[in-house]
Design a binder for this molecule. Structure first.
Ligand code: ZN
Length: 346
């Protein structure tokens, strides 16, 4: 779920090897000065497309995300995974998400602006997972995807770390547990687990996939939506040169300018992560970010965003797209699943 939250202070960092393959050798993608220049471009871009009556806090939401901009970004020399190094410690991350505050007006706007995009996402999930079943969304935030799934034959519930978002979703008749995936105790395994626009922010993505595996039935479907690190590297290289103005738009409309994420995936790093966690990829879909224009965006700004994303969806397919949606099935665990089957027998 796309989040738009304000920052909290008190950040502490640690160095890390590649969080996917464990390799230490990495190449710097952007240093502190490069990131600062990206943040300045983002301010200028957002300033242009917001109308004159926009309150200052809404401008802040566009350029200040739950995480501070990275101190430094690197790409793994082995699997091409893009990640912050150093990156924020676990306590810093959890504090940032738990203490972020939003008004119910902002929640309501997000809930409404994301409905069309999530209806399309729900249709894609149904095309792969079947017409009905039970599912869980990790990081369900305001619940726009859960609401979209509720209109299909599926029963979908969520889990989220934000107390306010859980309360907002409950007010809209959605079932959401407060906490992380380890706090979810389903009576029987789910048919699908999805993590959309949240997975790249997690402290330990491998641990979350392990937990997803535990709550999924054998053959159940996992779907993730993650930023494409290879796309980011390709387009940030064009920030200097004849395509600079277009590169700013391509990156900013997809929330990639200034890299407000902990990590972004390459084809190789995503495949290594899924394989190690016991999932078999079925297919991937390249896509743009859900719409970010709202009532504060100028008419021209909203039209421009629609045009850029339409053009991108036309020409940037698969791993050429800014965001990647992957569908994978849970590999049967021969021993574990046999024990579970025996235990279930009368
Ligand atoms: Zn790696």
């Amino acid at each position: 779920m796309l989040r738009s939250r304000r920052l909290v202070n008190d950040t502490s960092y640690e160095f890390t090897p590649c969080p996917i393959c464990g390799a230490v050798a990495a190449t710097e993608v952007a240093g502190a000065d490069d990131i600062r220049a990206e943040v300045e471009r983002l301010w200028a871009f957002q300033g242009q497309r917001l109308d004159g009556k926009t309150p200052a806090y809404r401008l802040m939401d566009r350029v200040v995300f739950s995480q501070r901009p990275p101190l430094r970004l690197v790409a793994c020399d082995t699997c091409a995974h893009v990640y912050r190094n150093p990156w924020e410690r676990r306590e810093t991350l959890e504090r940032a998400y738990q203490s972020a505050r939003e008004s119910s007006l902002v929640f309501e706007q997000l809930y409404r602006t994301q409905q069309t995009a999530f209806a399309a996402q729900a249709r894609r999930l149904l095309a792969t997972a079947g017409a009905s079943g039970r599912g869980l969304e990790v990081g369900s935030y305001v619940g726009a995807f859960l609401a979209a799934m509720q209109r299909t034959g599926w029963i979908f519930e969520g889990v989220d770390i934000s107390r306010e978002a859980v309360a907002f979703a409950a007010d809209h008749g959605l079932r959401v547990t407060l906490g992380g995936i380890d706090d979810v105790r389903p009576a029987r395994p789910y048919d699908a687990v999805v993590v959309y626009n949240t997975f790249e922010q997690l402290y330990d993505s491998a641990a979350v996939l392990g937990a997803a595996r535990r709550v999924l039935r054998a053959g159940g479907l996992l779907s993730l939506r993650v930023p494409n690190g290879t796309f980011y590297r390709r387009w940030r290289a064009r920030l200097r040169g004849p395509f600079a103005a277009f590169a700013v738009r391509v990156l900013a409309h997809n929330n990639l300018l200034s890299f407000p994420y902990r990590q972004a995936f390459s084809e190789r790093s995503l495949s290594v992560l899924l394989d190690r966690a016991g999932f078999i990829p079925v297919h991937i879909v390249g896509d743009t970010l859900v719409p970010i224009a709202d009532c504060w965006t100028t008419r021209l700004g909203a039209v421009e965003e629609r045009c850029v994303k339409w053009l991108e969806r036309l020409v940037q397919r698969g791993w050429h797209a800014p965001w990647i949606e992957v569908y994978a099935t849970r590999r049967p665990d021969a021993l574990g699943d046999r024990h579970a089957a025996l235990a279930a027998e009368p």
